[in-house]
Design a binder for this molecule. Structure first.
Ligand SMILES: NC(=O)c1ccc[n+]([C@@H]2O[C@H](COP(=O)([O-])OP(=O)(O)OC[C@H]3O[C@@H](n4cnc5c(N)ncnc54)[C@H](O)[C@@H]3O)[C@@H](O)[C@H]2O)c1
Length: 381
């Protein structure tokens, strides 16, 4: 368990100071990604892990022990008056059920990506949180790190002029080469867009603002994939969802982003994200990471690396919740802070829209709207 309240580190460089208080956190879903959250929770005194729950109680107890907290059932965690907010690390199709139960118990929620398994569930979660007046936050929080935030600072200070377009590219050979049970990546609800898209689309919205309309095209030209590791190595999987997706996102500003999300390449040297403006072009580092080099080219096209100019310097998984806390979301205004559920839902609707456009051939209007989250000034935390 981390230390007591009032321990927010001092910030420098004019970074805004959030309220000095500690948040008692319960974690639901003690699987693969919980280890990265534990590291953050063990380091940040402001997030105080008090309970861990999972359908598998032994797993919950193990993770709880590593975090100095109590392992328990989901029901016990939600009934605990000590828990103020839930970090929801369950699988996507359980996000809605578990988040709604936490909201009904009066807890704030911070849920991993994708926000929900369906847009309808996402709307239900957001409406329930709003009605209950509790915080509803959403991953990914990689965009709060120095990589995307340095790019954001460059856009905001006019270094590339007015942004007109962006290209986001994620091309890999697919996770079956290393993942022993990769079935879900090739079934509806999986695929490269829903798996990796949240990082890219959240970054594009952070840089260029909300999206109003999408179009898309998608394919699954390899109908079988072969498991490359583990006890099932050599077993063939059939593919029932697109494994290569392209989309165009029309932002409210008029800028257009092109998205390529694919498990059908061998490798790629394309920058994860490029943004082109009236005065220059910029490359943005891997949005699945918190840090990385931002480069811009102006005038004669010489690329230069920018100095780090924004973001949480020590950001890691869980900073989205810390940012909500530091911004005051838990002190009466759940709308404060950047990693808002409204953004998570908007990102989900954009991705679902691209898939639906690819299926029907028609463009899709995006009904949800999320404000472009405010920039994170350079912050040593
Ligand atoms: N694994 C990664 O690298 C990674 C990275 C970033 C984000 N994520 C996201 O984190 C979330 C969890 O991913 P993971 O890889 O840790 O999955 P996982 O399958 O390893 O773990 C999920 C855990 O949730 C538990 N669980 C499922 N339904 C539950 C329910 N109704 N109540 C309580 N517990 C329940 C499972 O028992 C399991 O222990 C997903 O939303 C995923 O997209 C994962």
């Amino acid at each position: 368990m981390s230390a007591a309240a009032g321990s927010s580190q001092a910030t420098s460089q004019g970074a805004p100071q959030g309220p000095q208080r500690t948040l008692n956190v319960g974690l639901i879903g003690a699987g693969n990604i919980s280890g990265q959250y534990l590291q953050t929770l063990n380091r940040l005194a402001d997030l105080n892990l008090v309970a861990v729950a999972d359908l598998d109680i032994d797993r919950a107890r193990q993770v709880a022990e590593a975090g100095g907290a109590q392992g328990m059932s989901v029901e016990e965690l939600l009934a605990s008056p000590e828990v103020e907010a839930v970090i929801n690390l369950t699988i996507p199709r359980a996000h809605a059920e578990t988040s709604l139960a936490a909201i009904a118990a009066g807890k704030g929620v911070y849920v991993e990506k994708p926000f929900a398994a369906t847009v309808a569930e996402g709307h239900q979660m957001l409406a329930a949180a709003e009605a209950a007046g509790v915080v509803m936050g959403s991953a990914p929080d990689t965009v709060l790190g120095t990589g995307v935030q340095t790019a954001r600072a460059a856009v905001d200070s006019g270094k590339i002029g007015t942004p007109m377009s962006a290209v986001a590219t994620m091309v890999t050979a697919g996770h079956e080469s290393w993942h022993p049970n990769p079935d879900f990546y090739y079934q509806p609800g999986g695929g490269p867009l829903l798996d990796m898209g949240p990082y890219y689309v959240t970054s594009l919205i952070t840089l260029l603002g909300p999206v109003t309309t999408v179009i898309g095209a998608a394919s699954a030209l390899r109908t079988e994939r072969e498991i490359g590791s583990g006890p099932r190595a050599g077993e063939k999987l059939s593919v029932s969802t697109p494994s290569h997706i392209t989309g165009a996102l029309i932002h409210e500003s008029g800028a257009i982003s092109t998205l390529v999300m694919s498990f059908d390449g061998t490798a790629s040297q394309a920058p994860p994200i490029e943004v082109h403006g009236t005065e220059g072009s910029m490359t943005v580092p891997d949005p699945n990471h918190f840090a990385g080099e931002v480069q811009i080219a102006r005038d004669r096209g010489q690329w230069q690396t920018l100095e780090t100019a924004g973001g949480y310097v020590q950001a890691a998984r869980g900073y989205g919740l810390a940012d909500l806390l530091w911004s005051g979301a838990f002190d009466g205004d759940p709308g404060l802070g950047r990693a808002q559920g409204a953004l998570g839902l908007h990102v989900l609707e954009v991705m679902a829209g691209v898939l639906s456009a690819a299926e029907t051939g028609a463009s899709v209007s995006i009904s949800s709207r999320a404000d472009r989250p405010s920039a994170v000034p350079l912050d040593p935390r």
